[in-house]
Design a protein around this ligand. Structure first.
Ligand code: NAD
Length: 426
């Protein structure tokens, strides 16, 4: 276990040492700015190293179930873990998908996203002289490769990150395989940010922009707070500040260091996002910023760019308020009654993240309690903390990641051993 942990930590150091190369690969693959890919890749290397360091803490327990017997548990690996990743943070997801599973003693077959698979292959190459042959395997491919991995009889534990429809498909494939499989799912979100009247509106406006992830990944983050619920009394001011901020963002090519907001991952996705904006307008929403491709004068027509978009007059039951866009599109809703606002926040099928902003500690804690989400911030947004479990409720998933020992345990099966002391001499 010590040696395994040390080798994982060494892999983390190698990834950190090559982070500029990996970030460039990820930026060119995804269209996200280089600096953002460097930051998330570095976080991935850090988490991989932490998993390597914490692995030694994996242990079972002894249980005083009888007076004379010994009763103990062991955590044993599943064997082969099948891991499938989304495209938005390629290096980070490779690190997250392999760390806990390998530390627990499994081998891993990782299928990265077909839209951003090169850094995963590069990371496997970095591990080649470090891990025994067959321990870390990267198999690029699309849906077919994912389905084959999920259905394979040797793969009993599956860790999936992607959209809700793909997560459902993974569960169907697992069931159709005729075998019992342990499946964890990290899926999408339509996450609410609930802003009460007693906040500093400039601070709140900055948080709205940060939470939507306009910069970094052009809104393409599962945790983006894409539904902002503003108290009526502060709504105009916050929206005005948000619009002013997003209209000043520098859109550009992913490998240009001055770029704050890059391109979406593909033209197909760009068209899907633009179609959702059109549908929102048809449903009564007002575009107060963006709403289409960036201005032609920027010379970005060849990319899959979408201007940062802010929508107001969004009805809580409309398609745009109920469905993940996974693009730079913020929906603003207004409220006057907190109970009704919480009901609106909870009115979607998803339950990944939520954010509450208020200087009233009682209101903050009771609102956090009432939100149906697996990861809640109070007076914060977007930040993830290593060691704190991240995972969705409702249709946003099953299980959690990033909780170090807790996550490592999720890649093990518990075996209970009962020893009848003295039985042979009775
Ligand atoms: P996607 O669902 O299209 O693809 C994700 C992965 O699943 C890819 O590797 C893809 O090839 C594979 N896949 C697709 N269909 C499959 C099937 N039937 N069987 C097996 N594998 C299959 O998602 P995407 O477009 O890459 O990523 C965006 C989605 O991922 C968004 O919904 C986003 O919210 C979600 N996401 C969630 C988290 C989280 O931690 N909760 C993190 C990142 C992204």
């Amino acid at each position: 276990m010590v040696e395994r942990g040390e080798r994982i930590q060494e892999l983390a150091r190698r990834i950190a040492a090559r982070i500029d190369d990996l970030a460039l690969i990820d930026a060119l693959d995804t269209g996200s700015p280089l600096g953002a890919m460097r930051a998330s890749g570095a976080k991935g290397a850090q988490q991989l190293g932490l998993n390597g360091a914490v692995g030694i803490e994996l242990h079972g327990s002894t249980i005083p179930a009888t007076a004379t017997g010994w009763h103990l548990t062991k955590h044993e690996p599943f064997g082969v873990v099948g891991a499938i990743a989304a495209y938005n943070h390629p290096t980070l997801f490779t690190c997250q998908k392999i760390g806990a599973a390998l530390v627990a003693g499994n081998t891993v077959v990782l299928k990265p996203s077909e839209q951003a698979s090169i850094s995963a292959v590069a990371i496997a190459a970095l591990s080649a002289d470090l891990l025994p042959p067959g321990v870390l395997n990267v198999v690029p491919g699309g849906r077919d490769a994912g389905e084959a991995l999920v259905a394979h009889p040797a793969v009993e534990r599956i860790a999936f990150t992607g959209s809700v429809p793909s997560g459902l498909a993974v569960q169907r494939t697992a069931m159709a395989s005729g075998r019992i499989k342990h499946v964890t799912l990290e899926l999408g979100g339509k996450n609410p940010m609930l802003v009460l009247a007693d906040v500093d509106t400039d601070v709140a406006a900055a948080a709205v922009v940060k939470g939507m992830n306009f910069t970094r990944v052009q809104g393409q983050s599962c945790g983006s707070t894409s539904r902002v619920l503003l108290h009526e009394s502060i709504a105009d001011h916050v929206v005005e500040r948000v619009v002013r901020t997003v209209e000043a963002l520098r859109l550009g090519l992913p490998d240009d260091p001055s770029t704050q907001m890059g391109s979406l991952v593909s033209r197909e996705h760009q068209q899907r996002v633009l179609g959702m904006i059109d549908r929102a307008v048809a449903d009564g929403a007002t575009v107060v910023s963006g709403g289409g491709q960036p201005d032609r004068s920027l010379g970005l027509d060849d990319g899959a760019f979408v201007a940062p978009t802010v929508l107001t007059d969004v009805r809580s039951d409309s398609h745009i308020a109920q469905t993940e866009v996974f693009g730079p599109v913020l929906s603003v809703l207004r409220w006057t009654d907190l109970d009704e606002a919480i009901a609106v926040a909870n009115s979607v099928e998803y339950g990944l993240t939520a954010s509450v902003w208020t200087s009233d500690i009682d209101a903050a804690l009771s609102t956090a309690d009432r939100l149906d989400a697996g990861y809640v911030w109070i007076n914060d947004v977007e930040t993830r903390f290593s060691g704190v479990p991240f995972g969705g409720w409702k249709q946003s998933g099953i299980g959690t990641e990033q909780a170090l020992l807790h996550e490592i345990e999720s890649y093990t099966r518990v075996k209970s051993i009962n020893i009848a002391v003295g039985a042979l001499s009775r």
